[in-house]
Write a protein that binds this ligand. Structure first.
Ligand code: ASP
Length: 360
């Protein structure tokens, strides 16, 4: 009898352990986070925007081209880090690949403003010095992330905007282009669609709430496409950067979260680096990137816990989007509350993980 009881107890313990390990596997197979128990030598994580990205709306060719570009971009940064280069170079050069691709809403392929222009925002932060640079509303700087870096390294300022930022870019010898360099037909058609829809609604309704619903729905349905990168180098330095065209049909010189240090971008060697994407107004109000770092610094939370809390806060306010981040140990997290987020991460063993939809 006693033997039977011991056997039964052993069985219960065995099944409990099995359940626990199954749960852990489920978490990592979601590809939203990669738990690293030991300190990684270096690591890199990127995003190409979050939004209503659904498999049913995607062709296999389009999906393949996004994945190929994400891979091309992350491998550039990974190589720099592997060869002992700085996280600053890794972030800048990785983002350049995505800025130069019309697939993403940054650099070439940026969305259009209401006035049919492209106004670009970017920022970068160095976690070693807490130095930062940002540019907003530029129309002639080919790679806004390079401008953000130049502002950080070569000016006494953190943020420059519009014409002044462009003059500084010229003085620094950065590549300037004609504003129509940023034109892509698909983004222009996107603007036309939004404007037509808006005109129809304005004609057929006079209620303010219907208009507000339209704006909300429209924003929810747009695929944002901002790009971002966070890297940890072999010297333990964390850098984060973000670059975007903002949101389709923006007007009145609207600036989103991407160039706001603490909202779109934040890095601190003592905690983590974060790059955000999503509905910028909410990311500014929730101070997303700095809040994640602060929860680690002041409350001792893990990066995963901190990211979840802050994105839940964004959701509670009514916004949506996501972040990619890594901490000082090289643990990487991609957290989002939209249907999808273009993302990729690579560790010091060269293992690459690419995802688009929620369950991957
Ligand atoms: N956060 C960006 C903005 O609000 C948009 C995006 O992430 O796609 O300007």
């Amino acid at each position: 009898m006693k033997k039977h009881i011991i056997f039964l107890l052993a069985l219960v313990v065995f099944f409990n352990c099995k359940n626990e390990s199954t749960n852990n596997t489920d978490l990592s197979s979601n590809n939203k986070s990669q738990k690293t128990t030991e300190k990684a030598e270096f690591a890199i994580i990127i995003h190409g925007g979050a939004g209503t990205i659904l498999k049913k709306n995607m062709t296999p060719e389009r999906e393949a081209s996004f994945k190929a570009k994400l891979e091309e971009a992350i491998r550039v940064g990974h190589n720099i880090l592997k060869n002992g280069g700085s996280s600053l170079d890794a972030v800048e050069k990785t983002i350049n690949v995505m800025e130069d691709s019309p697939l993403f809403n940054a650099g070439k392929g940026a969305v259009f403003t209401h006035a049919e222009t492209n106004e670009l925002d970017a920022s970068i932060m160095d976690g070693r010095t807490l130095n930062a640079g940002a540019s907003a509303g530029t129309t002639t700087v080919r790679n806004p992330i390079n401008l953000a870096r130049a502002i950080m390294e070569k000016s006494n300022h953190v943020m420059l905007s519009g014409k002044g930022a462009e003059t500084f870019a010229e003085e620094q010898g950065l590549t300037l282009v004609e504003p129509d360099y940023f034109f892509t037909e698909s983004r222009f058609n996107g603007l036309k669609r939004v404007k037509e829809k808006q005109a129809k609604i304005e004609k057929n309704t006079d209620t303010e709430s219907a208009l507000i619903n339209f704006y909300n729905e429209d924003i929810q349905n747009s695929k944002f496409g901002t790009v971002g990168c966070v890297a940890l180098d072999k010297n333990g330095n964390i850098v984060a950067g973000t670059s975007t065209g903002g949101m389709t049909n923006k007007r009145y010189g609207r600036i989103g979260d991407a160039p706001i240090i603490g909202s779109g971008t934040y890095a601190n060697n003592a905690t983590c680096g974060v790059s955000s994407t999503g509905w910028g107004e909410y990311f500014i109000r929730a101070q997303v990137a700095h809040d994640i770092s602060a929860l680690i610094e002041y409350k001792g939370l893990s990066l995963q816990e901190a990211a979840k809390i802050v994105l839940d806060k964004v959701k509670a306010l009514g916004g949506d989007g996501g972040i990619v981040a890594l901490d000082k140990n090289g643990s990487m997290v991609a957290e989002f509350n939209t249907a999808g987020m273009y993302r990729a991460q690579m560790n010091d063993k060269g293992e690459l993980n690419i995802g688009i939809y929620e369950k991957e």
